[in-house]
Design a protein around this ligand. Structure first.
Ligand code: HEM
Length: 480
């Protein structure tokens, strides 16, 4: 009995020594939360936007919180974001990305060469190669839409707008980049989408390690099926996969990844390339359907274009502004970096804070600048021309505290680790909106229906998703 008590006291003491932390004067305000070790993890996971807002009101533009044993410094002053974005020596992108890779995709890459992987992606998703990708995307999109709404069909077809946008764009992306059923006769793109959707629904819990036993089993079996579907992709030149995927396969082989690891890496790429585009297209179409003036403006601009022109460089300021406004309201990634060496963070207001090695730093541009009422009037409202000047040129001057902002909207991240797929994503969404607005009649089943709310558990994971859907009907456009 005596020994049990001694052991218990020693364990408690050790736990206290290992987890005890006090704030030094040079560090940001520290908020550990009431629950030992767990800290604020539950509130953070339930609705990160609301939680960060509450902490900002309590502590100001910078604070450190404890969540599941880790200390995360949240910085919310966009004038100071360069101090984080531009310091990849002290603040590392890859370490946290690796943690997520392991948790979500069960993936550990031997001899991983992130710099080479990224250079390869840039080569395939920018410049001349992008033109070829745009054209393949367009071909698949036309074919899928034709199958979805046959030309001779007079009747309306009904669907949820989120389901329609996400499933269609997923299938287009899967066919364009992964080769689809040309690889794998047993799995058409719709079946892959069904499995992918189940996986996507579990992704936040996978990342946080909060799956219940039954969900764990589902996640494992869904991942297994997706690995099998992806197994033939990119293996041979005739597989119908994109040159990027074939090059990626070769890189994985060069790194010494076995077949199973390669399939896991492919699932990660499937999510990275498809997880945001469909949801972004949904929000944009949804906002347009609820805002007749915006719909007319975007439609008029689209009607001046030829479909084939969308494969090249095309100027669409009205569409661009409507998309930027959509992303301002619905893109909510965390920009997370790991502190790999102690760093003094210099804020724009002259304050300095010490960041401890081993902690994480997180920017959350959704709360600030994107939803900041000092920068945007009525920030909750969709205004399609918010990013246009009166003369129709792009508006780039936004202010906070009387000073012009460098970062006023950050859906794509920024700096060295900003989104490599930005141009490809914008183009895919533009092609989709073009085809839906010029080839189809599309309307809300109930004109009074409101946009669904957001699924608050997805704050921090890129594009938000709705917590319901919006019924729409569509048919091939009747030319008068
Ligand atoms: C609406 C669609 C998309 C949005 C909103 C989006 C957003 C983002 C954001 C915010 C980051 C930065 C993360 C950070 O700094 O921590 C990022 C990075 C990245 N994105 Fe996207 N993305 C989209 C589509 C795509 C597509 C289609 C691809 C590929 C074809 C892609 C490939 C990448 C890659 C490879 C990175 C990591 C860059 C690096 O390693 O430094 N994204 N994206």
């Amino acid at each position: 009995m005596m020994w049990t008590v001694i052991l218990f006291v020693q364990a408690a003491l050790l736990y206290f020594l290992l987890t005890h932390r006090t704030r030094s004067k040079s560090e940001p305000p520290l908020d550990k939360g009431a629950i030992p070790w767990l800290g604020h993890a539950l509130e953070f996971g339930r609705d990160a936007s609301k939680f960060i807002d509450r902490m900002k009101r309590k502590h100001g533009n910078i604070f450190t919180v404890r969540a599941a044993g880790r200390y995360v410094t949240v910085l919310l002053d966009p004038h100071s974001y360069d101090a984080v974005i531009n310091d990849s020596d002290s603040l590392d992108f890859n370490r946290y990305a690796q943690v997520l890779m392991e948790r979500i995709f069960n993936l550990q890459l031997p001899h991983h060469q992130p710099a080479k992987e990224k250079a390869m992606m840039k080569n395939h998703f920018l410049g001349m190669n992008l033109c070829a990708l745009k054209s393949t995307t367009s071909t698949h999109m036309q074919a899928l839409l034709k199958a979805e709404i046959p030309q001779n069909q007079k009747d309306w077809k009904e669907d949820g707008l989120f389901n329609l946008s996400y499933s269609l764009l997923f299938k287009v992306g899967y066919l364009t980049l992964f080769g689809g059923e040309r690889n794998n006769k047993s799995a058409d793109a719709s079946r892959v989408y069904e499995e992918y959707k189940k996986f996507d629904g579990l992704i936040t819990k996978l990342a946080r390690g909060t799956l219940r036993a039954e969900e764990k089993r589902t996640a494992q079996s869904v991942r297994q099926r997706l690995w099998e579907f992806l197994a033939p992709a990119g293996l041979t030149e005739g597989s119908g996969s994109s040159p990027w995927l074939q090059a990626y396969r070769r890189l994985l082989q060069e790194e010494g990844a076995d077949k199973e690891t390669q399939n896991r890496a492919l699932l990660m790429q499937l999510w990275a390339t498809q997880g945001n585009v469909g949801p972004a297209a949904f929000w944009l179409l949804g906002f347009l359907l609820k805002n007749p003036e915006a719909l007319t403006a975007v439609k008029s601009e689209m009607e001046t274009l030829e479909l084939s022109s969308l494969d090249g460089h095309v100027v669409t300021p009205v569409f661009d502004s409507a998309l930027d406004e959509t992303l301002r309201l619905t893109a909510a990634p965390f920009i997370t970096r790991e502190v790999v060496q102690e760093k003094t963070l210099h804020m724009a207001d002259g304050q300095e804070y010490l960041l401890r090695k081993g902690d994480r730093v997180c920017l959350f541009p959704f709360n600030s600048p994107q939803m900041d009422s000092e920068i945007y009037q009525e920030p909750q409202k969709f205004k399609y021309d918010r990013f246009l000047n009166d003369d129709g040129s792009v508006k780039r001057d936004f202010y906070k505290g009387g000073k012009q902002l460098k970062y006023y909207n950050m859906p794509w991240g920024a700096g060295k680790n900003g989104c490599v797929g930005k141009q490809f994503a914008i183009n895919t969404i533009r092609q989709f909106i073009y085809m839906m607005l010029t080839n189809c009649d599309l309307e809300l089943c109930d004109p009074k229906a409101q946009m669904p709310g957001v699924n608050a558990s997805r704050y921090g994971f890129g594009m938000l998703q709705p917590d319901g859907d919006m019924r729409v009907r569509y048919k091939h456009r009747t030319v008068l």
